[in-house]
Design a protein around this ligand. Structure first.
Ligand SMILES: Nc1ncnc2c1ncn2[C@@H]1O[C@H](COP(=O)(O)OP(=O)(O)OP(=O)(O)O)[C@@H](O)[C@H]1O
Length: 705
């Protein structure tokens, strides 16, 4: 029991740290044994338990005991040891994630290579920087000269006045030039920084879009959005503003030290003795900041993910009155962020406190020794004043250099996170491969296909033959892998073993762009994008059709494929109900349309490119009986010369297919025409249908009573 407790609490610890808890549970849907709460839906993988389930527990019962009891009854010893292995593996991954705090020359080179396209703008900015910094460095020297003129002017006041006027006039001119150059430096650096950020964003977004579907299952959306917005900005700012400030500080440290040595080498030695310890401190601090920046960015990503998921599904949150609970969960995440920010603030405070102290020490040392030198006439008052100002400039600029180093570390931390994405080669390419010249005939064969999402195998040798012009209804229990077969045909995933062939060619050899341009797909829960109905339909069109649409005469719209698709999907009623017609906005994720309306737009989107293969994942489930009848009729019509795979639960859909294929335990167990399968005594399909009919009757009785 003790072992079990430790094991379970170990689990809880992990789940608090990360947004997901990896756990291998073999069946698809689990229910809480105490209260009957659904733990996770079939779309949330059996291996992944998301935070909301934990929260369900937490809110309803004492989470700890409840959860421990649940796990201990569910998970047998074998699964436990398997899981401990996966925990170890996870820890190993975590440790590899640990930040390498040493600056690598290759990383720095790569970071600066991002500035290559902006080299001329940056060169201009650096030119301005040199001029404006030279002007700044002339101030202490001029001030010393002014003071010396004043002190030596007791004999000839008129001549001194004249010298002073000329010097001040010259200085005014020089300062004006300095001010203009400073403006030029900041302006040029800022615009090139913005341009670098945008170009980096394009690169990262492109790299994200290229990745295969499975990768998105492992990477959180919040993290990706964070990389795209915050990390790119950090890198862009680093290469512009930070570099500019760093160079300015470097220039001023160099020039200031030179001037100090020029004025008095022995005093310079005294003043600069604090530089080595401050530099060491800056290096240690920079490394620390680099580490904490990565942790901060990760924590920020976690909280953004939570917020994004909940805000975009606000209806569900409100329907369950979880506003307060959500605020609490978010506050918890933010609290983690705050703890890290406290650490960072402590480090920043200590560092700046110490460097400030070092700066003041320089001033006191210079005053002490310099005062003595003035008294013994080794140094003039003007020279001591100039020296003090140079010392102050050098002190401030060393501070500037160390913050440049810190920012460089932050920038490198952010850049490495971006390179992780940019350099990743997707397991399934976006395009490339064999592109047959003609349209496919549409013969699809799944040959001994094995597939798993995580450890538990899902498909265990599926053999399926889809012929052109015929429709197949794929049936089976919920979660048996029907939609997964659709994903494999679309090549969203590759099988672990076996092949998927289109007209005898392995789809791995085909160009995925070509393959998908011949497959129309309507998913079970279709997602529309914000925009108009027309834009959503055209989303499914190939580029050529979109060009035609743009060039087409407005008065002769009848032949346009998207209009034909809209008619087939019976969108007239929806379009006529709004004065905007096809220009009606659907809202974010199609939120302003009903479930059935969304499904019809999705059907139009799937058929607009006239695909040779149609995959309908219970495409008519959200329609009312009349619309379903109409859409079914239309789908039958458009199915004529196509290969159609319908993933079906409803009797009406199953009955209208040419052949029914039954899946059970990861394999195809039965196939044949509907009537034939219904006649088969003790058959899987017969049992499946009788179960459905029984359920339907029960429901009807419930309604009547
Ligand atoms: N992206 C994913 N990552 C991990 N597991 C997944 C993923 N998608 C689906 N699964 C799991 O794979 C199994 C099969 O899912 P699939 O959606 O193919 O089932 P289905 O037969 O279509 O179910 P239904 O009839 O309810 O739509 C389920 O247990 C599901 O939880």
């Amino acid at each position: 029991m003790l072992q079990r407790l430790i094991y379970s609490s170990f689990e809880l610890k992990i789940s608090r740290k990360n947004s997901q808890l990896l756990f291998n549970i073999p069946t698809t849907t689990k229910w809480c044994q105490e209260c009957g709460t659904r733990l996770y839906s079939r779309y949330k993988a059996p291996v992944v338990i998301r935070n909301n389930y934990e929260r369900n527990f937490c809110n309803k019962y004492a989470a700890f005991n409840h959860k421990i009891r649940w796990y201990t009854t569910q998970v047998d010893a074998e699964k436990k040891s398997e899981h401990i292995e996966s925990v170890k593996e996870k820890k190993a991954i975590e440790s590899t994630k640990k930040i390498n705090v040493k600056l690598k020359t290759s990383d720095i080179k790569r970071l600066f290579s991002l500035a290559e396209p902006e080299k001329w703008t940056l060169a201009g900015a650096i030119g301005f920087l040199v001029i404006s910094s030279s002007v700044t460095m002339a101030i202490p020297f001029s001030l010393g000269k002014v003071l010396d003129i004043i002190y030596s002017s007791t004999s000839d006041l008129g001549a001194a006045r004249e010298k002073l006027d000329t010097l001040c006039l010259m200085l005014c001119g020089v300062f004006l030039i300095g001010g203009l150059c400073n403006f030029g430096r900041v302006y040029l650096m800022s615009i090139s920084g913005q341009r670098m950020t945008q170009s980096l964003r394009k690169q990262v977004y492109g790299a994200i879009m290229r990745q295969e579907t499975a990768w998105f299952g492992r990477t959180s959306t919040g993290e990706l959005v964070n990389r795209l917005s915050a990390d790119t900005q950090l890198v862009g700012r680093n290469l512009s503003q930070n570099v500019s400030d760093g160079l300015r500080s470097l220039f001023m440290v160099g020039a200031g030290t030179g001037m100090m040595i020029y004025m008095s080498p022995s005093l310079a030695l005294v003043g600069l003795c604090v530089v080595p310890p401050v530099s060491m401190l800056a290096v240690i601090y920079g490394r620390f900041v680099r580490g904490i920046t990565r942790q901060l960015q990760d924590a920020l990503a976690e909280s953004s993910e939570l917020a994004e998921e909940k805000i975009s599904n606000i209806k569900t949150v409100k329907a369950f009155s979880k506003e307060e609970a959500e605020c609490r969960t978010y506050a918890q995440r933010i609290e983690n962020l705050l703890q890290l920010a406290y650490k960072e603030s402590l480090a920043v405070g200590s560092f700046y406190g110490l460097t400030g102290l070092a700066g003041n020490t320089i001033i006191i040392l210079v005053l002490y020794y310099g005062g003595g030198m003035v008294a013994t006439e080794q140094l003039t008052v003007g020279n001591l004043t100039s020296f003090l100002l140079y010392a102050a400039y050098v002190g401030i600029s060393i501070g500037g250099l160390s913050s440049f180093y810190t920012e460089l570390n932050k920038g490198l931390g952010a850049a490495t996170r971006l390179w992780d994405i940019i350099d990743r080669e997707p397991a399934i390419p976006v395009s490339g491969g064999f592109r047959p010249a003609q349209r496919p005939k549409g013969e699809l064969i799944l040959e001994n296909v094995f597939f798993k999402y995580a450890e538990a195998p899902l498909l265990k040798g599926v053999n399926l033959h889809l012929q052109p012009g015929r429709s197949i209804a794929l049936v089976g229990r919920s979660g048996c892998g029907k939609s997964t077969i659709a994903s494999l045909i679309l090549r969203l995933y590759d099988p672990d073993k076996g092949r998927v062939l289109l007209d005898g060619v392995d789809i791995k050899d085909l160009d995925p762009l070509w393959l998908r341009s011949h497959i129309g797909f309507v998913s079970q829960e279709p997602v529309l994008f914000s925009g108009t109905i027309k834009e959503n339909i055209l989303y499914g069109a190939i580029d050529e059709d979109i060009d035609n649409e743009l060039l087409h005469d407005k008065n002769d719209k009848k032949d346009l494929p998207w209009l034909a698709a809209a008619r087939t999907a019976h969108l007239e009623e929806l379009v006529h109900a709004s004065s905007n017609g096809f220009e009606r906005q659907v809202g974010a994720r199609g939120g302003q349309l009903s479930g059935g309306q969304k499904q019809r737009v999705a059907i139009a989107r799937a058929i607009v490119k006239n695909p040779k293969i149609l995959i309908l994942d219970e495409a008519t489930s959200a329609l009312d009986t009349y619309s379903e009848y109409l859409v079914d009729k239309a789908l039958k019509e458009i199915s004529k010369d196509r290969t159609v795979l319908t993933i079906a639960h409803r009797l009406s859909t199953i009955q209208s297919a040419d052949e029914v294929v039954v899946m059970e335990n990861g394999v195809i167990v039965e196939k044949g025409p509907y009537q034939e399968l219904m006649m088969k005594p003790g058959g899987f399909f017969k049992e499946y249908i009788s179960h459905q009919t029984f359920e339907k009757k029960n429901r009807e009785q419930d309604i009547h009573s």
